[in-house]
Design a protein around this ligand. Structure first.
Ligand SMILES: Nc1ncnc2c1ncn2[C@@H]1O[C@H](COP(=O)(O)OP(=O)(O)O)[C@@H](O)[C@H]1O
Ligand SMILES: [Mg+2]
Length: 309
């Protein structure tokens, strides 16, 4: 379907730990220049998949080819061609920003003029120029993250694996980080990124949803919404738990689930939204606290998890 070639080809990839199956016959392709989001709750098998694709963990079964190389047969060749930012990225806290870059450059065999050029470039892109002599442990979380990203792309890999790169940083830093990832992809880098922030998945071209080691759904964000959420959705801002019992019995209402500090009421397509809204108002909820909303990937995820289990 896609004109771009597949640069990551995963077929029935499986990893067992003893009798426990952490990754269960997962199959997908990632195309050149694509941002592929790999989503799932803690323990779903995201890191285990990434570690196999990076040549750090041997598959129990199935195959994966990264840049055409079989990860089980030649993991060392895979490692040279990819960038990898691990979930607990391993910067040296006592080193200055530039010294960390220098250390990782050494591991990739990048030195001299090439290092200077690349370091300048990365410090600028990652907005770390003014922090080049700051001790890494003194950097705010968002800065450390950008430095870890810089270290993982020093050797200009065409394929980049990011394992929960934005865990634990504030929303502003997360947005900045995604802008950087997007700019890499625009220039042709293929990115496979895991996250459990559903809002971040909206930035991805396609998203795979992992549930208990299985790839339970795979499509673009819009495609997933269309496939899994046909219903209309009303958000009701109320913390009144008693509403639920009444609202779920209204004609046309399929479900009412907590969503942050509000409720998401799903109304079957074809049923009258207005009637449902009127009925909720009649229960004492002000009209300003009821709004029609578009389904989010979080809604999709809840639906997919529900069906998979
Ligand atoms: N080395 C290991 N030995 C045993 N179990 C493991 C090992 N690594 C991961 N697991 C288990 O495999 C499952 C998937 O883990 P992981 O891939 O880290 O999930 P995620 O990254 O989606 O949070 C978890 O239940 C985890 O405990
Ligand atoms: Mg993980």
């Amino acid at each position: 379907m896609s004109p771009a070639p597949a640069v990551i080809e995963v077929r029935e990839l499986t990893r067992r730990f003893g009798t426990f199956v952490a990754v269960d016959r997962v199959t997908f392709d990632v195309f050149e220049g694509e941002i592929f989001g790999y989503l799932g709750a803690n323990g779903a098998g995201k890191s285990t998949t990434i570690r196999m694709l990076c040549g750090l963990l041997a598959p129990s079964d199935g195959t994966a080819r990264v840049a055409g190389i079989d990860v089980g047969r030649d993991p060392e060749a895979v490692k040279r061609r990819i960038g990898y930012m691990s979930q607990k990225f391993s910067l040296y806290p006592d080193l200055q920003v530039l010294e960390n870059l220098e250390f990782f450059a050494g591991m990739y065999g990048i030195g001299g003029r090439r290092f200077e050029r690349r370091a300048d470039e990365l410090l600028q892109t990652m907005q770390l120029g003014e922090s080049r002599h700051t001790r890494t442990s003194d950097l705010p979380g968002g800065f450390r993250q950008r430095l870890a990203l810089a270290c993982s792309i020093l050797h200009e890999p065409r394929i980049l694996f990011l394992d929960e790169p934005t865990a634990g940083v504030d929303p502003g830093a997360r947005r900045d980080f995604w802008r950087l990832v997007r700019s890499l992809a625009v220039r042709g880098t293929t990115v496979l990124v895991t996250t459990h922030y559903m809002d971040e998945a909206e930035y991805c071209d396609r998203v795979g949803l992992m549930v208990d080691g299985r790839l339970a759904a795979l499509d673009s964000p819009a495609g997933l919404k269309q496939e899994f959420i046909r219903d209309a959705m009303i958000e009701v801002h109320s913390i009144d738990d008693r509403l639920r019992g009444v609202v779920t019995r209204l004609p046309g209402v399929r479900s009412m689930e907590p969503f942050g500090s509000a409720w998401h009421v799903r109304v079957q397509s074809g049923a009258s939204l207005d009637r449902v809204v009127q009925s909720i108002m009649a229960l004492g909820v002000p009209s300003g606290d009821i709004e029609s909303v578009s389904p989010t990937l979080e809604d999709v995820f809840l639906e997919v998890v529900g069906r998979a289990r």
